[in-house]
Design a protein. Sequence first.
Length: 218
Amino acid sequence: MEIKIIKEKLEKLIKLDKDFSIFGSSSHEYIINPKLTEEEIQNFEEKNQITLPDEYREYLKNIGNGGAGPFYGLLELEDNDNNLMDLSMEFPYTYDKPLKLFEVYETMDEMDDENEEEQEQFLNEIYEKSVRGIIFLTHEGCGMYSVLVVKGEEYGNVWYFDFANDAGVYPLTSEKTGKSMRFFEWMELWIDKSLACVEKGEEELKGYAFYIKDIGEE
C-alpha cells in the first residue's frame, strides 16, 4: 500500500534529519499537522463542489493535513479555501498544452503600448484562469508553487506554478510513466531524494524545475 510506504519513509527521514539539513525543513521542522476526518474532507468538498483525488484524500486521513513535506512544507487544505480560486471550474491546461508565459507576453507586446490598463487586465485574466481547479500543495520559495489539479483533464496530477518568475504553469513529468506526476509519486520522490542526501551525501532536491517538460521559449 503506497500510503504505508510513504508514511514509513517519512518517519525515517524525520528521525535521520535531526539538524534540518534538507532545504526548507527548518521552516516546518518535520512537524505533521493533525489528520482530517472523512467528515471534514467531505465538508470542504461540498463547499467547493469538488471531489479530492484519492491519493491526496488518503494522505489527509492517514498522515496529516499539511506540515512536513517538500520545500517549506505542505500547506493545509484550508489554505486553499479563499475567494481567489474557483476549485469547481476546470483547470484549463493539459500535459501537451501548458501555459508558457513568454507566449502571453508576446501577445501583450502586440497590444497598444500606451494602454497599460488593457495589458494588465489581460494578464490578470490569464492568472484568474490559471488558478481554476487547483489547490496549492507547497511553496518552493520565490513565488514558485507545486499545485494539485482537482478538476479537469489533469485531475490528480501535480503541476508547477510560477507567475512570479515569468515561467508559467507546467506539468511535472513522471520518471516512471513519462506523463504527468501523481501526488504519491511527487511525495515519494521528495522523500527518497532527501533520504539519499542525508544518508549518502547526495545532492538534495532543491526544485522541481528539471522535471518540467518544454519549459521556456522554444
